[in-house]
Structure formats: C-alpha cells, structure tokens
Design a protein around this ligand. Structure first.
Ligand code: GTB
Length: 220
C-alpha cells in the first residue's frame, strides 16, 4: 500500500536564515532520498509551545512528522521510520541493516552531543565571562569525536559500504560544525560531508528549505 503523503513541520523563520542547519533538513533529505513527496507546515516559535503543537511534539520543537494517523517527533525516529518503510536508505541484509542503525544512533548520541553543546556556548552563553574557556573545552571535546570518526572512516566513501540513513544522519550532524572551522581539520570528514551535500536529494531538500527563507524575506 502506498504511504499516505506525510506532512512535516519546519520553522516559519529559521534562525539559520536558510543555511539548512535546522533539523527539518534531515527529514526533508530522507524523504527526497526515497522519492516520497511531502507537505510542510510552517510554524512560528510561539506556535511551537502551544497545546496544538505540543500534542505532536512534547518538547515543543520542530520537526514533527504526520502520516495518516501516525504522528512522530525526533529526527532519529522520523528518519528511521522513513528508511524502514521505503526502499533505499537501509540495507536489506540483516547485519548490514543493524550496523547502519547503530551508526544512526552513534551520530545522534555520541557525535551530535558535543556539537549541540557548541551551539549552547555560541548562542545561549554569549557575553558570559567564561565563554572563551568553555568554547575551547567544547572545541576539544568535538575534536576528540571528529578525530575518532576520521580514523574509522579512513578513505572510505561512506560509513559502511553504500550510502545509508546512517550517512544522512552523520553528515547532517557534522554539517552543524561548519561555522566553527573544526571540520576542515579532518580532510576526509570534510570530503565525506561534501559528498553527502552533492547528492541530488540533499540539493533538492536544501533548495526547499531555502525557498522558505527567501519567501519570508520577500514578505518583509
Ligand atoms: N532531538 C531533537 C530532534 O532531533 O528532532 C531536537 C529537535 C530540535 O532541537 N529542534 C529545534 C527546535 O525546535 C530546531 S533544530 N528548537 C526550538 C525550541 O526548542 O524551542 C535546532 C537548530 C536551531 C537553529 C539552528 N540555527 O539557527 O543554525 C540550528 C539548529
């Protein structure tokens, strides 16, 4: 049976000004990779915290994913659901599939953790007397993870054979370090992310989220 056309939520005015760093991007990208058309409902920061949105997302965030009677939140869960219900993002062979799922978790829980911390330091702790020291500490923590990942990737094209949802998630996470310049210290990781960004599905997803930003500029 074909999947009902899903609807995702995204920021009406993303603070990243269309750079593709908000987390709706990874869901759009997954949908593009599997060729699943989707709709987008744009929400304001105020709407995120209202009961109607909290009924979909207990933490009042984007993105959410609705497909018929199913409502999901958390990009890990959403991307896994897309990959599990469409061909193209997870291998069929059980061990390779289990490894890809493991890498998805690693991207979100082992690698993204310190990168999220970086955003806290940069934006929420701006102006604090200790910001510089904490920034150096968080940079080093990220370097630790990037170094380990770089070592494992070596000269591989993707994490484990062909491109999977794990690469989609890992590249999405790594992209968030771009402003810091840290990624460029690991040329194989920088090239890995560039390969991911060059995928036509990534490009379509990027253009779609960028169009939201451009439309918001045209309105003002
Ligand atoms: N773990 C959740 C998931 O993976 O789905 C995290 C979801 C999340 O953090 N959503 C953010 C959100 O809704 C948007 S992506 N924040 C609003 C709130 O919590 O009130 C995080 C984000 C925001 C802005 C930028 N940026 O400007 O560069 C990048 C990433």
């Amino acid at each position: 049976m074909p999947t009902p056309r899903p609807t995702i939520t995204a920021f009406k005015a993303s603070p990243d000004r269309g750079q593709g760093l908000a987390r709706d991007m990874r869901v759009r990208w997954a949908l593009e990779e599997v060729g699943q058309p989707y709709d987008v409902r744009l929400v304001t920061f105020e709407e995120l915290k209202k009961p109607a949105h909290r009924a979909l997302h207990p933490f009042g965030q984007i993105p959410t994913y609705e497909e018929g009677d199913l409502a999901l939140f958390e990009t890990g869960g959403i991307v896994f659901h897309i990959a599990a219900t469409h061909a193209g993002l997870l291998p069929d062979e059980p061990d390779a599939r289990a490894r890809a799922i493991t890498w998805m978790f690693a991207a979100l829980s082992t690698v993204e953790q310190s990168i999220v911390e970086l955003q806290f330091v940069m934006f929420m702790e701006r102006g604090k007397s200790w910001q510089g020291e904490r920034l150096a500490m968080v940079h080093d923590r990220i370097r630790g993870r990037l170094g380990e990942l770089s070592q494992r990737l070596g000269d591989g094209e993707w994490l484990d054979g062909a491109f999977t949802a794990a690469d989609l998630m890992m590249a999405s996470v790594l992209l968030r370090t771009r402003g810091s310049g840290l990624l460029d210290e690991y040329p194989n990781l920088a090239a890995y992310v560039a390969r991911a960004e060059a995928r036509p599905a990534y490009q379509r997803a990027f253009a779609a989220q960028r169009a939201v930003f451009e439309a918001s500029q045209a309105e003002t």
